[in-house]
Design a binder for this molecule. Structure first.
Ligand SMILES: Cc1ncc(COP(=O)(O)O)c(C=O)c1O
Length: 361
């Protein structure tokens, strides 16, 4: 029999854990990890390539450890008078979240989130040696300010995750929940806005709540709306003192010169990079309407994906879609599946495949 990691002298608290493992199958229609299925627009790709080529000439040197130009660009993109001292970035928002947990989690501490929520929160938490505590939501996955504040006060965590809109449910999170949780807590409050660009244009970001709240952090990613998942760039906005704490735990030069160059060039074209957002939102709403017509129960979504209930046997439906070349996500919620909004053609392929499975049943 081959060796398992459990046979090695691994940390006791890592035993029994399962690594993140969304399938990466080479299917024609991949709608399982909430990527932006539209490629980077050609007119921006040229500028990104030029920036990478320039960075390559100095690649014998370590990169700017403070990624100054990139932080400046993120501050400009987020607006709200933010300064670059309030910005942090890393290789995907997963690493941004990991930095927060390394600085504010760790052994003897707890992190808290309202289940079901992003599956990496407990993994990242436990990997730093902290304990994960899960709170609950209403049956429609929403969260009231009163309930959220009461649960947080009871758990008294060191780090709190508020996913807005929430993955895997798509549920919006009103800002009054953020302020109520902040007031009921003493720990770090992270609002994870990975999907914020897909929310209605007039819905305010938690970035507007930052002034005067030194324990509040808003994290974002270029992986979703910016169609930049493969580049691995996430970022956050917070008080400058919070950023100072993150410098203690990051690896020196953690953001490569090529990553910094590519992301800064892409941000210079933010509106072009984001131009597929409206299209994706349109496909998302089409998915919800069609799922409803097919007799499923889609949940309200402010993101680029839809969670739907009413699935008799999720693993069987998942398998049948797979055999038709369509990859979606079984997130482990009984009778539910999650699908990412793709291009019009991909979305049609998913909806047609699902309808054909239903007509077989
Ligand atoms: C809620 C949420 N936060 C963070 C991430 C991590 O994204 P990335 O590391 O690509 O920035 C994801 C990815 O799916 C997500 O759904």
């Amino acid at each position: 029999m081959s060796l398992s990691f459990e046979d090695l002298p691994i940390r006791d608290d890592l035993r029994g854990m399962i690594p993140y493992g969304a399938p990466q199958a080479p299917l024609p229609v991949a709608l399982n990890v909430n990527e932006n299925t539209h490629p980077v627009p050609d007119e921006v790709a040229g500028d990104i390539l030029d920036a990478i080529a320039r960075a390559l000439r100095d690649i014998n040197r370590y990169p700017d450890r403070e990624f100054t130009a990139l932080r400046e660009s993120f501050a400009g993109y987020l607006g709200e008078g933010l300064q670059r001292e309030q910005i942090w970035a890393a290789n995907g928002s997963n690493e941004v979240l990991q930095h927060i947990l390394q600085a504010f989690g760790g052994p003897g501490r707890t992190a808290f989130g309202f289940a079901p929520t992003y599956s990496m929160y407990p993994l990242l938490t436990r990997a730093t040696g902290a304990a994960w505590v899960a709170g609950t939501r209403e049956p429609d996955h929403s969260l009231s300010a009163e309930s959220a504040a009461a649960q947080v006060a009871e758990a008294d965590p060191d780090v709190i995750f508020l996913c807005a809109p929430n993955n895997p449910t798509g549920t919006p999170l009103p800002l009054e929940v953020v302020t109520a949780v902040y007031e009921a807590s003493r720990g770090i409050v992270i609002v994870d806005e990975a999907y914020q660009e897909f929310a209605p244009r007039d819905s305010p970001s938690a970035v507007t709540l930052l002034p005067g709240r030194e324990r509040l952090v808003v994290s974002r990613t270029m992986s979703k709306a910016f169609a930049f998942a493969g580049a691995r760039v996430g970022y956050l906005a917070a008080d400058p003192a919070f950023i100072d704490a993150l410098r203690l735990v990051r690896l020196p030069y953690h953001l490569s010169a090529l990553t910094q160059a590519a992301a800064t060039a892409a941000l210079a074209h933010a509106s072009t990079m984001l131009r597929m957002v409206d299209d994706i939102v349109g496909q998302r709403d089409r998915i919800s309407a069609t799922l409803e017509a097919l007799g499923y129960r889609p949940y309200e979504s402010w993101s680029n994906f839809v969670l739907f209930g009413g699935v008799e046997d999720p693993s069987e439906t998942w398998r049948r879609l797979y055999s038709r070349g369509v990859l979606i996500r079984d997130v482990g919620i009984p009778h539910h599946l999650r699908v990412t909004a793709g291009t019009e053609a991909e979305t049609t392929a998913f909806l047609d495949a699902l309808a054909s499975i239903d007509s077989e049943a």
